[in-house]
Write a protein that binds this ligand. Structure first.
Ligand SMILES: CC(=O)N[C@H]1[C@@H](OP(=O)(O)OP(=O)(O)OC[C@H]2O[C@@H](n3ccc(=O)[nH]c3=O)[C@H](O)[C@@H]2O)O[C@H](CO)[C@@H](O)[C@@H]1O
Ligand SMILES: C=C(OP(=O)(O)O)C(=O)O
Length: 420
C-alpha cells in the first residue's frame, strides 16, 4: 500500500488548479444510463472513484471511453442491458447506489447491493427506497440487495423528512423519465445537485428549482445525447485554502467556483485569513499570522459541509484559542481525532462535539488514514508538524483527490509518495 510522507514547516505559496468535483461527476456518470445516445462529460477528475464508476457502467453493458489522464469521459449507454450493481463495487464506493434510480427508470429493474456502513457512520438508503416507491416502484431488500421493479414510473409527491443528497439525486434522475410531474420537497440544495440537474437538462430533462428545497420535474419520454462540463470541486478548493491558512502562506485556487464556498470562506476569514475573490480565482493570504480557532457546525448546504470538517479541525489544532466542532451529518466522523492527537493535538470528544485547544506546534509521526477527508486532514497537519509525518492507507485519498501530492508540491510543500 502506498504511503505519503510530509515534512512540515514550509509556508505554501502559489497557484493551484482545481479539478472537477468528485461528488458531482459520480452521480452524473450514473445519469448517463438514462440517455438514448452518448453523453460526453468534461472536466472529469482522475480519481479512483471515477474508474470504479466506469467499471460499474461497463459491467452494466455501457460503452465507456476514458483515456488515462484525459479529463473527458464518453459514455454510450445504448448497449446497456444489465441491471445489477454488485457488492464488490458498491462496497468500495457508496455512490454506486446512484445507479438505482436511472436503471429503474430506463430498464424497469435494478438490483443494487446495500452500501452498508463505512468508517464515517452508517449509510442508510431508506429515503432513496421510499422516494422511488412514491414513483410506483416495487422494492424489496433481500440478501443484501435492493431489488426494484417498475413499469413506467409515475410522477409523485416526494417529501423528505430529512435532507439527503443521495436520495435527492436518485429520485431526481428517476423522475426525468416518469410519466407526469414529480415534486421533491425538502430536497438537498448542494451545488452538485444543481450540476446533476444541469447535465440532465442538457440531455432533455425538464427540471425546475434545482438548488432550492423544492424541485419540480416534468417527466419526458426519452433523454438524448449531450455534453456537460463538471463543476469545480468545492471540497478540494477548501482543502487547498486550508493548506494555505495552516502553513501561514498564500494560496490562489484557480478554476474554482467561489459561489459554492460561502460557509467555508466565512470560517477562513474568521480564522484571520485575507480572502479575495476574482471570477473563478480565490486568493487566501495568511502570511505572518497564526490562525485563530473557529467553531463549526456541519449542516446540509448552504451550511458548513461535513466534507470540510476534518480539514478545519486540523486548522484548529494549531490555532490560537479553542474551537468546537459539531458534526451533525454523520455519527462517527471523528476517526481522524486519534491520529491528529498522535501528532500532538489537544482534542476532547463528547458525543457529536469535539473541542480543540490549539497548540503552538505539532510533531511528525506515523499515522493512518481512515477515510477520505480524514486523510486530507492528516496531510494538512503534517504540513505544519515538525519533522516527518508518514500517512498510511492513502488509497482513501486517491478515491477523491486528484494528484494531491503533485499539486501540493507545486505550492512548495515537501511531500512525496512511497509506492508499496
Ligand atoms: C446532507 C449532507 O451533508 N450530505 C453529505 C453526505 O451525502 P450522502 O448522499 O452520502 O448522504 P445523505 O445526504 O443521504 O445523508 C445525510 C443524512 O441522512 C441520513 N440518511 C440518508 C439517506 C437515507 O436513506 N436515510 C438516512 O437516514 C444519513 O445517515 C445522514 O445522516 O455525504 C457526502 C459525503 O461525505 C457529502 O458530500 C454530503 O454533503
Ligand atoms: C465521504 C465522502 O464520499 P463518499 O460519500 O463517496 O464516501 C466524501 O466525499 O467526503
Amino acid at each position: 500500500m502506498d504511503k505519503i510522507v510530509v515534512t512540515g514547516g514550509v509556508a505554501l505559496e502559489g497557484e493551484v488548479r482545481i479539478s472537477g468535483a468528485k461528488n458531482a461527476v459520480l452521480p452524473i456518470l450514473c445519469a448517463t444510463l438514462l440517455a438514448d445516445g452518448p453523453v460526453e462529460i468534461g472536466n472529469v477528475p482522475d480519481l479512483h472513484d471515477v474508474r470504479t464508476t466506469a467499471r460499474l457502467l461497463r459491467g452494466l453493458g455501457a460503452e465507456v471511453e476514458h483515456a488515462a489522464d484525459a479529463a473527458v469521459v464518453r459514455v454510450d449507454p445504448r448497449p446497456a442491458s444489465g441491471h445489477v450493481a454488485p457488492y464488490e463495487l458498491v462496497r468500495t464506493m457508496r455512490a454506486s447506489v446512484l445507479v438505482l434510480g436511472p436503471l429503474l427508470a430506463r430498464h424497469g429493474a435494478a438490483e443494487v447491493s446495500l452500501p452498508g456502513g463505512c468508517a464515517i457512520g452508517s449509510r442508510p438508503v431508506d429515503l432513496h427506497i421510499r422516494a422511488l416507491e412514491t414513483l410506483g416502484a416495487e422494492i424489496t431488500v433481500e440478501h443484501g440487495y435492493i431489488k426494484a421493479r417498475a413499469g413506467r414510473l409515475r410522477g409523485g409527491e416526494v417529501k423528505f423528512d430529512m435532507v439527503s443528497v443521495g436520495a435527492t439525486e436518485n429520485v431526481l434522475m428517476a423522475a426525468t423519465l416518469a410519466e407526469g410531474t414529480t415534486t421533491i420537497d425538502n430536497a438537498a440544495r448542494e451545488p452538485e445537485i444543481v450540476d446533476l440537474a444541469a447535465c440532465l437538462v442538457a440531455m432533455g430533462a425538464r427540471i425546475e428549482g434545482a438548488g432550492t428545497s423544492r424541485i419540480v420535474v416534468h417527466g419526458v419520454d426519452a433523454l438524448h445525447a449531450a455534453r456537460h462540463q463538471v463543476i469545480a470541486d468545492r471540497i478540494e478548493t477548501g482543502t487547498f485554502l486550508v493548506a494555505g491558512a495552516i502553513t501561514r502562506g498564500r494560496v490562489v485556487a484557480t478554476h474554482a467556483r467561489p459561489d459554492t464556498l460561502d460557509a467555508v470562506l466565512a470560517k477562513l476569514r474568521e480564522a484571520g485569513a485575507d480572502i479575495e475573490v476574482d471570477g473563478d480565482r480565490i486568493a487566501l493570504d495568511m502570511r505572518g499570522r497564526r490562525p485563530r480557532a473557529v467553531d463549526i457546525v456541519t449542516e446540509p448546504h448552504p451550511g458548513f459541509p461535513t466534507d470540510m470538517q476534518a480539514q478545519l479541525m486540523a486548522l484548529d489544532c494549531i490555532a490560537e484559542g479553542t474551537g468546537t466542532i459539531d458534526e451533525r451529518i454523520f455519527e462517527n466522523r471523528f476517526m481522524h481525532v486519534n491520529e491528529l492527537m498522535r501528532l500532538g493535538a489537544h482534542i476532547d470528544i463528547d458525543g457529536h462535539r469535539a473541542t480543540v485547544t490549539g497548540v503552538e506546534r505539532l510533531t511528525g509521526a506515523p499515522v493512518m488514514a481512515t477515510d477520505l477527508r480524514a486523510s486530507a486532514s492528516l496531510i494538512l497537519a503534517g504540513l505544519v508538524a515538525e519533522g516527518e509525518t508518514t500517512i498510511d492507507r492513502i488509497y482513501h485519498l486517491d478515491r477523491g483527490y486528484e494528484h494531491i501530492e503533485r499539486k501540493l508540491s507545486g505550492l512548495g510543500a515537501r511531500i512525496r509518495r512511497i509506492a508499496a
